[in-house]
Design a binder for this molecule. Sequence first.
Ligand SMILES: [Zn+2]
Length: 183
Amino acid sequence: MATGQQVAQPPADVPVPYTVTAAGLAAVAPAVRPGYRLVPVLVGRSTEPGTVAWVECPDWCIVHSPDRPTDKVGFLEDINHQGERAAMNFVPSRGDRVPVEVYLSQWPALDDEDRGQTYLAVDLDYEVCSYGRTAALSLADQMVAFAADVTRLAETLPDDSPTATVRSQADEALRRVREGGGR
Ligand SMILES: [Zn+2]
């Protein structure tokens, strides 16, 4: 191999090569695909010390670290890679709403229809929706159109910026001086 690195390709039906070992962090882990790194994850029930599983983790994941195991999960299926969150804050009239958040998400070992697929998670507080690329881009288009509507409506409002307020006060003072001077 030109890079000198040993690259072991995982079998096609195994989306996430992982190695569960009781030997700890020194365990030999399988080589990883480009864009991924191996991270240690503690797996086990809360009453057990847990075992270290070496899991392929995408570079965008901020939950896991190659340097130390993250908080223990009960099962491999509970491992969830999550990217950095972007939040949209609506000012609530009551305090029971949290921001709408979006982030990349992947459940590498969950055996469902999106097995191992990365998707955009849209966290609406009471529900987390998952969007594939096409749906996520369509959502983004809707938000751009929504933002344009917000801008269009906002621009019909009177200017209330601090400079505008100062300017209108200055204009008012000048008008009074002029009116006063004209008499
Ligand atoms: Zn991760």
